[in-house]
Design a protein around this ligand. Structure first.
Ligand SMILES: [Zn+2]
Length: 316
């Protein structure tokens, strides 16, 4: 009987959850809509319900060895407290403690990690098969975030707050960001930023809702405003990623997230060219920049990777 884990990727609008073995086979998965505007208690109760339901179904012989949860940050590493989360709208929620209190399984280990850290673990372990000791994962979706592997270890920083690549300031006095600063990468190149630009600048559209996907479609049809919006966002994204490359000199930078997945055909080659053309030559040598092959399940793969490292006794 093989060991399995419950993997949960908590988002602001959806909870993606699944059952996986330690080889990274996702045996079952599902997604449940949530609403972070309804507060921490609502979301935590939903999470606890999911876990209890999965346990009732998959833990008849005690096969489930752990529950691993990826959560939006900021998350303090030692005490697992979510602080001022712009996505969850939680302020100081002890996620691990609160979740444990809602479950009827006091001895079942629960591991919590910031979602971007979980994603980079998944990419390092399953996406790239541990080939690269220095790997940066960047997600470009509604927001922009990153995870950092240095010397085969996850880099969390002193408190757990490292990797906030979306809040590199790439344009002083630029657009206001959800974090309160101005000109952050996230305020200029995320899905939310592109949608905001489109709503302000594209008047005649014919799309009931305009987001990065619709802007992409318009750009492919030759709409000059859509092209301009995406070009500006791309320039800012390239500037941000070039800073990261010069700071960390990674072997590989892997990109994922709904926005960049959807704009890949328009962006990827140019992004690579811009980044390679603007970093130090030494840092551009052999640097790989590519899309993740794990798609939207990267967080679930990350949960498995986190468990495997934990089990192998490796400090991640
Ligand atoms: Zn910011």
């Amino acid at each position: 009987m093989e060991d399995i884990i419950l993997a949960i990727d908590l988002g602001a609008t959806n909870i993606l959850y699944g059952v996986a073995n330690v080889k990274g086979d996702i045996l079952y998965k599902n997604v449940l809509a949530t609403n972070s505007n309804l507060g921490a208690n609502y979301v935590l109760s939903k999470l606890a319900n999911i876990i209890e339901r999965l346990l009732a179904e998959h833990n008849k012989k005690g096969q489930v060895k752990a529950v691993i949860v990826a959560t939006p940050g900021p998350l303090s590493h030692l005490d697992k407290i979510v602080y001022n989360s712009p996505n969850l709208h939680w302020n100081r929620v002890a996620i691990k403690k609160e979740l444990q209190a809602r479950l009827n399984h006091p001895t079942l280990p629960i591991m919590i990690e910031k979602d971007t850290n979980m994603a980079v673990l998944g990419e390092y372990y399953f996406g790239q098969d541990r080939q690269y000791s220095n790997l940066i994962y960047i997600t470009v979706s509604t927001g922009i975030g990153g995870g950092i592997i240095i010397n085969d270890r996850l880099y969390r920083g002193a408190n757990g707050g490292a990797g906030e690549i979306g809040h590199l300031v790439v344009k002083p006095n630029g657009e206001r960001c959800g974090c309160g600063q101005y000109g952050c990468l996230e305020a200029l190149a995320s899905g939310r930023a592109i949608a905001k630009q489109a709503q302000e600048r594209i008047i005649q559209v014919g799309f009931p809702h305009i987001g990065s996907k619709e802007v992409g479609e318009l750009a492919r049809q030759g709409n000059s405003l859509a092209i301009a919006i995406l070009d500006e966002a791309l320039d800012n994204l390239a500037r941000g990623l070039a800073n990261v490359v010069n700071l960390f000199n990674p072997n590989i930078m892997v990109l994922g997230g709904g926005v960049i997945e959807g704009l890949q055909d328009l962006w990827l080659d140019r992004l690579v060219e811009k980044v390679l053309g603007s970093v130090f030559k030494l840092n551009a040598q052999n640097l790989k920049i590519e899309m993740t092959k794990l798609g939207g399940d990267i967080g679930l793969y990350g949960c498995v990777a986190a468990y495997v490292f934990f089990k192998e006794g490796q400090r991640v």
